[in-house]
Design a protein around this ligand. Structure first.
Ligand code: SF4
Ligand code: SF4
Length: 177
């Protein structure tokens, strides 16, 4: 007979649950929902992907572009990506409707054009990121480093090895004579 007071309470006050999604249910203040990446600010540096504890942020290079994707099925809403982004490009939204039936479904947040190596033509990094780094190097008056910024790591290594060997060659010839 304990059910009778409960039925009366529901009849007077209404049910405990809400008719979601028919009735909107805004999140409580301070709720940390899905992370959003601002494409205007993001440089594609990958700091967020390296810091994400669940591997929910994926960077992929293809077709001359770098894509930054968030796999919402993996995201635990920890906010680490927002904390570490050096460009303040990640914000935690109030959006809680982001889960999917597949953990591998990603939402492409950002797409950035890649710079190609001037020697081998291979992709290096997003143009936006390289320009940002070049700006910092110029501020520090490191023009020699700026001159190497349009080379991929392999070509840079080969070029530096050639420069070093050319500089050392006259010295070793002198030592032999
Ligand atoms: S969101 Fe921030 S940390 Fe992540 S790739 Fe973009 S700029 Fe880098
Ligand atoms: S909120 Fe946490 S789990 Fe989700 S993408 Fe950011 S770092 Fe990864």
């Amino acid at each position: 007979m304990k059910i009778l007071p409960e039925v009366l309470r529901i009849l007077v006050r209404g049910p405990y649950t809400e008719r979601y999604p028919k009735v909107e249910n805004p999140p409580a203040p301070g709720y940390r929902g899905r992370p959003r990446i601002d494409p205007e600010k993001c440089t594609g540096c990958g700091t967020c992907a390296r810091a994400c504890p669940t591997g929910a942020i994926v960077l992929s290079d293809s077709g001359g572009e770098r894509r930054v994707e968030v796999l919402y099925g993996w995201c635990i809403l920890c906010g680490k990506c927002a904390e570490v982004c050096p460009y303040e490009a990640v914000g935690m939204s109030e959006d809680y409707e982001h889960y999917s039936s597949s953990s591998s479904v990603g939402v492409s947040e950002v797409s950035l054009k890649l710079r190609r190596c001037r020697l081998c033509g291979g992709p290096i990094a997003p143009i936006k990121l390289i320009e940002e780094i070049e700006g910092k190097l110029r501020e520090e008056k490191l023009e020699d480093a700026v001159a190497l910024s349009d080379l991929c790591p392999s070509c840079r290594e080969i070029l530096l090895a050639l420069v070093v060997s050319q500089r050392l060659a006259p010295q070793s010839r002198k030592e032999r004579t």
